[in-house]
Design a binder for this molecule. Structure first.
Ligand SMILES: C[S@@+](CC[C@H](N)C(=O)[O-])C[C@H]1O[C@@H](n2cnc3c(N)ncnc32)[C@H](O)[C@@H]1O
Length: 260
């Protein structure tokens, strides 16, 4: 994950460099915004870029678990939304986002909320990002969200329990529109986008990915090969009479069906 204190120092330098108040101020501000956008895009790793790539132009985006604040900053610098609601359960983590947006002159476009997930969000939100958290935590946040927020478009990046996330989305009456895998710094990350809608998922889709077209990506196919090797190895070491053996064999069959 992106953890780069150099970015803050650089951004502070950029902000200072646009201070002279003269007739070229507008140009300087534009240059400054472009410079910041470029710097953020460079510092956002493949995972964060992939999450950002799923956001749609809209009025309000909530960034739940905002922490370092890069996604919130991306929303405001790219103008993909007019407003970002930055949410974190930890006041300290929320402060990190606040500091970053203040230093980069973007704080006016943001609201800050200490909240367990979406529980304390009363306003309308068009899109919700929930990234870098465990799958069960994300599902708790979805299940406890005020009902009016379930009409938003969700961009989720669960760190684990992906099958559980797909099942929960299905039970909540959400339709998964993207279900992709991104390789970044030696790790595979799942990104799931969902919105309200009917969807009947097969067991295979719940296990391996809801959107069959997304199976075609090189990262997805590499993840599959890795998973197949891992599950095959497990099967060699467990009792063939056990329930786990049956489950793992079924899982292996599901994975093999997704190879293109
Ligand atoms: C690992 S960071 C992820 C930061 C960023 N979203 C990303 O993907 O890089 C997880 C953040 O989620 C916050 N968090 C965990 N559970 C939460 C919850 N129930 N509601 C709001 N924030 C939560 C943590 O405090 C932490 O700041």
């Amino acid at each position: 994950m992106t953890k780069d204190s150099d970015l803050d120092t650089e951004l502070r330098g950029v902000v200072k460099s646009q201070s002279p108040l003269n007739c070229a101020r507008q140009t300087k501000i534009l240059e400054h915004n472009m410079l910041i956008t470029n710097k953020i895009q460079k510092r956002m790793d493949a995972r964060l870029n992939a999450i950002a790539g799923h956001l749609r132009p809209s009025a309000v985006i909530a960034d739940v678990g905002c922490d370092h604040g890069y996604l919130s900053l991306f929303v405001l610098t790219s103008n993909i939304a007019n407003k970002v609601v930055c949410i974190d359960i930890s006041p300290k983590c929320l402060q990190k986002t606040k500091d970053l947006l203040t230093r980069t002159n973007k704080v006016d476009g943001a609201e800050f909320l200490v909240s367990d997930g979406l529980k304390d969000v009363t306003q309308h939100v068009d899109q919700v990002i929930i990234a870098g958290m465990g799958g069960r935590n994300i599902c708790d946040i979805l299940e406890n969200a005020p009902k009016h927020l379930l009409s938003a478009y969700f961009v989720l990046q669960p760190m684990n329990n992906i099958t559980y996330v797909r099942r929960t989305l299905n039970q909540l009456g959400m339709c998964i529109t993207h279900d992709e895998i991104v390789f970044d710094k030696n790790k595979y990350y799942h990104i799931i986008c969902a919105q309200r809608g009917k969807q009947v998922l097969t067991l295979n889709q719940i296990r391996c990915g809801a959107v069959v077209e997304d199976y075609r990506s090189a990262d997805y196919q590499r993840w599959l090969q890795l998973k197949i090797a891992k599950v095959s190895n497990i099967l060699e070491h467990i009792n063939s009479d056990s329930l786990r053996y049956i489950e793992m064999t079924e899982y292996l069959q599901s994975l093999k069906k997704c190879i293109f």
